[in-house]
Design a protein around this ligand. Structure first.
Ligand SMILES: *Cc1c(COP(=O)(O)O)cnc(C)c1O
Length: 353
């Protein structure tokens, strides 16, 4: 695929790696590609970071026809650059597009765009272990007019943010509130798609939990409000009686690449994982009886986020004395070592740029 690179004045990039934050500062480049029914996806180009000019009646503002991805470019000690399981981001982006009636971008083209972008933005990739360049590819519907139908035109964009690690001061267990009323997903809806709409409907519960001192909410299934599904922007694993559990990705749960990697690591090591329904009442009971060994969220941004406390219907359980458990810690080390190239990648997950 052809990607045009617009000549840009070569500015020296100076990153203050102590103060990056997450998703706050952006590189001076963006990739754009347009879609129309005649040309299909066309004119991929890397240009200077700039505001998008859209009419107020642009479809994405009203009907939220939009999808996104989240992945990182990692800097290794030898200065080379790693991407992690980028084929899975490409496949998920494709599946999200299909669900939202957006013309999908071929996986190979998505990969080409990400690689070309990272090459151009190379100077923006931090050097410190844990810090990374967070990439945000997305597609928006760009038709004008308020009629409800699939847009005929779209824009694909990649922007990127040099970001700090979530774990600069070590893995700190977070407190999680189990949401009882609101749901984020149900069979037939968009739980498996990475779309802004899934976040729009979950912000309220998240904000209420934050007010009470919780980091995020844990979502239950949308039908019975009984079975655990995932956390705000992470999948979640439970260890009860030293056995692992996580929800199945059968449409209502976002198929996280970190989750899949944990399942693959467990399979390779011969660790059994129960993938399926697990009720919140069984989890709380295990917690009260001292059988809930570890709980951790997982996602690209935080990698592994241990859970120290779970609150459900006015009952709370503390997990592993609110400390990071040995299994969470080991997984964290394995994943980050592969991602930042500190360990040989036995799985073929790394793409070098
Ligand atoms: C992106 C995301 C995840 C985590 O997926 P990764 O590929 O591991 O980063 C989990 N849940 C939701 C709702 C997400 O949007």
């Amino acid at each position: 695929m052809k990607i045009r690179v617009e000549k840009q004045e070569n500015k020296k990039v100076v990153l203050n790696e102590d103060e990056l934050g997450f998703g706050k500062i952006f590189t001076d480049k963006m990739l754009e590609m347009d879609y129309d029914p005649d040309k299909g996806w066309h004119d991929a180009r890397i240009v200077e970071y700039h505001p998008l000019s859209l009419n107020p009646d642009c479809m994405v503002f009203h009907y939220a026809q939009e999808i996104f991805e989240g992945l990182k470019a990692y800097r290794c000690d030898d200065k080379s650059i790693n991407l992690f399981r980028i084929d899975l981001n490409g496949k998920r982006f494709y599946n999200s597009a299909v669900r939202m009636a957006i013309p999908p971008i071929e996986v190979e083209d998505f990969i080409d765009c990400v690689k070309a972008y990272v090459k151009q933005a190379e100077d923006w990739i931090p050097y410190r272990f844990g810090n990374s360049l967070y990439l945000r590819p997305f597609i928006i519907a760009t038709d004008n007019g308020l009629g409800v139908h699939a847009s005929k035109t779209y824009k694909f964009v990649i922007i990127a943010s040099p970001s700090s690690s979530y774990f600069a001061s070590g893995l700190n267990p977070v407190d999680i509130y189990v949401e009882e009323k609101d749901i984020r997903s149900a069979p037939g809806l968009t739980g498996f798609a990475k779309c802004g709409g899934n976040y729009a409907i979950s912000i309220k519960a998240g904000e209420e939990a934050k007010k009470e001192g919780y980091a995020q909410v844990l979502w239950l299934d949308g039908i019975e409000h009984k079975y655990v599904e995932e956390v705000g922007s992470m999948n979640i694993f439970f260890m009860i009686d030293h056995e692992l559990y996580t929800a199945a990705c059968t449409g209502t749960v976002l198929p996280g690449i970190t989750r899949q990697s944990i399942l693959d690591i467990c399979e390779e090591k011969g660790i059994k994982v129960h993938v399926g329904k697990l009720s919140i009442s069984d989890i709380m009971k295990a917690g009260e009886e001292g059988r809930l060994n570890e709980v951790f969220g997982c996602g690209t941004a935080a990698v592994i986020s241990p859970v120290g406390k779970l609150t459900y219907e006015a009952n709370s359980v503390i997990i592993n004395q609110h400390r990071t458990g040995p299994f969470s810690d080991e997984l964290f080390r394995t994943l980050t070592s592969i991602q930042w190239g500190k360990m040989e990648d036995p799985y073929g997950w790394i793409t070098k740029i």
